[in-house]
Design a protein around this ligand. Sequence first.
Ligand SMILES: Nc1ncnc2c1ncn2[C@@H]1O[C@H](COP(=O)(O)OP(=O)(O)OP(=O)(O)O)[C@@H](O)[C@H]1O
Ligand SMILES: [Mg+2]
Length: 251
Amino acid sequence: MIVAIANQKGGVGKTTTAINLAAALALRGRRTLLVDLDPQANSTLSFLDIGQVSKTVYDAVVDGTCGLADVVIKSPVQNLSIAPARIALAKLEAKLVGEMDAHFRLKDKLAPVLKDYPQIVIDCPPTLGLLTVNALVAATHLLIPIQSSYFALEGTDDLLETIEKVRARPNPALRILGVVITMHDKRTALARDIRLQIQKVFGGKVFKTVITKSVRLEESPAYKESIFTFAPDSTGATEYYRLCEEVMDRA
Ligand SMILES: Nc1ncnc2c1ncn2[C@@H]1O[C@H](COP(=O)(O)OP(=O)(O)OP(=O)(O)O)[C@@H](O)[C@H]1O
Ligand SMILES: [Mg+2]
């Protein structure tokens, strides 16, 4: 299972979902790799100090002699390793322009490590550019976080169009695993309306588990911990654990 967490909208909960889903999968005992494809490196820095990182996914993807295994670092979470990012990833598009295999770089680099990591989670940047396309080409499944906000569905058409393009040629097997509503506030009528709208568009693809707004989820990266060790009794921990169960059931 290779799950890409993607939505070109910024700040919708991709990274929060990637780090906590990866941690939940790892807690179940199977080796898990979190691939950080975002030049902002938020996933990386949620578990590691910048000083621990030397080579990154960028090196693996541009340098034929560098394997993904050469950049992977063990995280403090048991069974969870990270393929880290750094700002250099932002140069990838320019670096690979004109290369015939530009869309397939990540897929090719993942192939030799699949036997070591039966579960892979890819955190994407907030664009539909080459990095996200590399994730969609490499992935078996796509998980879309949608923020419970008034503009929640804006841009959905562009995302679906990109998914269809990827499915048409490079990755026909790509499946939409589901849509998870994030930063939901149960108390407001607006949030309930938005949830209905999202369900109208995505139907049964919407996960039953909704991630509510929680300060604990915001805080945990600063302590380099997942929600499961930082605040194991919080609603955030319960919700991401349930989301992981739904992911396992659907995958
Ligand atoms: N359920 C939640 N409750 C409260 N805050 C949240 C929740 N989920 C995410 N956040 C906060 O919202 C902000 C954006 O979340 P996150 O970084 O996960 O989004 P993103 O989609 O990865 O953003 P980007 O597009 O910049 O990569 C962060 O400060 C994060 O801590
Ligand atoms: Mg992010």
